[in-house]
Design a binder for this molecule. Structure first.
Ligand SMILES: Nc1nc2c(ncn2[C@@H]2O[C@H](COP(=O)(O)OP(=O)(O)O)[C@@H](O)[C@H]2O)c(=O)[nH]1
Ligand SMILES: [Mg+2]
Length: 274
């Protein structure tokens, strides 16, 4: 079972957002894994499935899951639909806005990273006081199974991003990120990027809001059947990155929701010395 940790656990309600586009072949095992794990978690949760206008049987496949009786700490599984395909960025924004949890996790429908990894992100949120904690495939304690070609593309993309002054993290694109409710609401309100560069915009907004952004290693396994084409989409994303940087060059637009600054964390005596 999951180890208990202080503050966050006390009244934590976790939303798990899963964006789906033509995922009829991959989402059911992911959903079943998430349901099983969440129902035994030490805090309550909901799953928010966002269908982005799938043309396959995604909606038909997940529908029976919406009517299963909630078990344990998992209170419900919901489905939100876009009539037409708008892109992963748009789907995640819809999920972040619809979710009701104090913390809101976005994860991929192919279970590249299992929901159980959220404990590492929550622990980091607790430790650091940050409002956005990102899973990372490129830090010391990451545990990644992938193809050499994907790795190479990742490194090239990262270097190019750095050149653009947007290399905020060692892995900006990981589909496993945890947002505090206020940060999620602000991002859902401000962000405009509908396609795969949306992560960069979220990171930039969170950074400018001063809520604290951290990255932590997660376990990630490459799954076939994905829609991203590394070269074409990598190049598009770099173009989008430049546009995002321009968009906020003069600061953020006014935000309607109240955003808390980064929480100050009491340092342990050992950390305080020296
Ligand atoms: N909403 C939405 N989600 C998408 C789209 N394309 C991919 N996704 C989702 O993004 C996640 C990761 O996609 P995937 O194809 O596995 O990417 P890869 O692992 O990086 O190749 C999955 O949950 C997909 O369903 C899209 O056009 N719209
Ligand atoms: Mg994938």
């Amino acid at each position: 079972m999951v180890a208990a940790w202080g503050m966050l656990e006390a009244d934590l309600h976790l939303s798990v957002i899963i964006p789906m586009y033509n995922e009829s072949a991959r989402v059911i095992p992911t959903l079943e894994d998430a349901v099983l794990w969440l129902h035994e978690a030490p805090w309550t949760s909901e799953i928010v499935l966002v269908d982005d206008g799938s043309k396959d049987a995604t909606v038909e496949r997940v529908t029976p899951k919406l009517f299963e009786k909630p078990i344990g700490a998992l209170q419900r599984v919901r489905l939100v639909r876009h009539e037409r395909n708008r892109g992963k960025g748009a789907a995640v924004r819809t999920g972040l806005a619809e979710a009701e949890g104090g913390w809101r996790l976005m994860m991929d429908a192919d279970n590249s990273t299992r929901v159980s990894e959220v404990v590492r992100l929550l622990a980091e949120a607790e430790r650091s006081g940050a409002g956005l904690v990102c899973g990372s495939r490129n830090v010391a304690d990451s545990d990644v199974v992938t193809r050499p070609s994907r790795k190479l593309m990742g490194s090239a993309f990262r270097m190019a991003l750095k050149g653009l002054g947007m290399g905020m993290l060692r892995d900006t694109q990981c589909g496993f990120k945890l947002y505090r409710a206020d940060v999620a609401a602000a991002i859902a309100e401000i962000a405009r990027e509908d396609r795969f560069a949306f992560d960069l915009e979220h990171l930039l907004i969170a950074d400018r809001l001063g809520v604290g952004v951290r990255e932590v290693g997660i376990s990630w396994t490459h799954r076939d059947g994905g829609t991203i084409r590394p070269v074409r989409d990598g190049l598009r994303m770099l173009r989008d990155a430049a546009r995002i940087r321009m968009r906020y060059a003069r600061g953020l637009p006014p935000v309607m929701v109240e955003v808390k600054p980064m929480r100050r964390v009491e340092k342990s005596p050992a950390e305080r010395v020296g």
